[in-house]
Design a protein around this ligand. Structure first.
Ligand code: COA
Length: 171
């Protein structure tokens, strides 16, 4: 792909960013694979506070994405896998973008910045856990060159999930 990457900046999420995430993610399209409906503000307050702790402890987290005009458009970054199943103890990369900003390459660019920072922090390998029907998210993993390592059943559901992996010391 030869298109110029869009301008996107990553910053550690502030308390105010919880309000921005809550507002831009309150959309059924964005939440299709995250319970189907908007999450409470308290969910984002907890999530952003947890990311600030990750940043302090590890030097990376799920960062707030800011576009070229300073608008908050979503999050992308890395965190320890938060589940009590799956790739426990590993580093997960993840992304969520406001609906108005899909289709512009923001997350692929933010994920590339994420991989550089995480590699710089000494992480050898990352995983991405994606619902098997989430074609847009799977396309991001493909653009990043991740490989499908495992297909699993999402606990508590009949749904299938994909675990993608990327070794950060190759190439
Ligand atoms: C998954 C999600 C982040 C993908 O967003 P996206 O905008 O499709 O992904 P990118 O930012 O990588 O953009 C790629 C798209 O921008 C287009 N694009 C435009 N300019 C581009 C550029 N310079 N570089 C790369 N892609 C560009 C690509 O062609 C592609 O569009 P297409 O899918 O219509 O072909 C988004 O759909 C989302 O937030 N979903 C809801 C939350 C979610 O499911 N998160 C993942 C959980 S695992």
């Amino acid at each position: 792909m030869n298109r110029a990457a869009p301008v996107v900046r990553l910053r550690v999420p502030t308390d105010e960013d919880a309000v921005a995430w809550h507002r831009i993610f309150a959309d059924p399209d964005v939440m299709e694979f995250h319970g189907g409906r908007a999450a409470e503000l308290s969910v984002y307050e907890e999530l952003t506070a947890r990311q600030r702790r990750h940043d302090a402890e590890r030097g990376f987290c799920l960062w707030t994405m800011v576009d070229g005009s300073g608008r908050v458009i979503g999050f992308t970054g890395a965190q320890p896998w938060p589940g009590d199943w799956g790739p426990k103890g590993e580093i997960e990369i993840g992304w969520r973008l406001g609906r108005a900003h899909w289709g512009k390459g923001y997350v692929t660019e933010a994920a590339r910045q994420t991989l550089e920072r995480v590699r710089g922090a000494g992480v050898a390998e990352v995983v991405a856990m994606v619902n098997a029907r989430n074609a847009r998210s799977i396309a991001v993993t493909e653009r990043l060159g991740m490989r499908l390592a495992e297909v699993f059943t999402i606990p508590g559901s009949e749904r299938r999930g994909h675990c993608y992996r990327l070794n950060l010391h190759q190439g």
